[in-house]
Design a protein around this ligand. Structure first.
Ligand code: ZN
Length: 181
């Protein structure tokens, strides 16, 4: 009697475990397929890099380490040491506003950039780079006048415009980058 009870358990058990493993692997594959684009961003508080699911940006994602909010309904501030990785690892198009605080046309365009970030959240990453604080990046991208807006897709520059633009022109730049992907 004891053997009858024991042996089925021993036979079923390894298969069951295998099935769990396969089910987990399948779920992972499905998650990767269905999902969803991600952005990789450095927390502005604790400086930990986070991979954020773009489709969940409206859920107000939090930093995995310090649990403070990653505020993605407004322009994301890039810096000299975060620029390259953020652009390279973003699966969304990234629009960067190269600006400076003393620049009048930059200030004129700032509300449109804010609105663009709000409207494009989850679809594009809208970011700002203060060129005074990031001379190396500004030089690398040969920024000759500000504001300059550059749109990146898959880490590569796909378009750039210098001079202040209204919101519809900014939206068009982002839309074109999304289509060309
Ligand atoms: Zn943090």
């Amino acid at each position: 009697m004891g053997e009858v009870l024991t042996s089925p358990t021993m036979i079923v058990s390894p298969n069951f475990r295998t099935e769990i493993v396969i089910a987990r692997q399948l779920r992972r594959v499905l998650e990767l397929r269905m999902n969803n684009e991600h952005v990789t961003l450095r927390c502005q508080f604790c400086l930990t890099w986070n991979r954020v699911d773009a489709s969940r940006i409206d859920d107000r994602p939090k930093c995995g380490k310090c649990e403070r909010p990653m505020l993605l309904d407004r322009p994301w501030k890039l810096e000299e040491d975060t620029f390259a990785r953020t652009i390279a690892e973003s699966e969304l198009p990234v629009l960067v506003d190269f600006y400076a605080d003393w620049c009048g046309p930059c200030r004129t365009m700032a509300p449109a950039i804010d609105e663009l970030a709000r409207k494009q959240r989850g679809k594009a990453l809208v970011a700002k780079l203060n060129t005074d604080l990031a001379p190396q990046t500004s030089e690398r991208f040969q920024i000759r006048g500000i504001p300059t807006v550059i749109v990146f897709r898959g880490g590569a520059e796909v378009s750039r415009v210098s001079g202040a633009m209204p919101l519809p022109a900014l939206e068009k730049l982002v839309d074109n980058a999304s289509v060309s992907a």
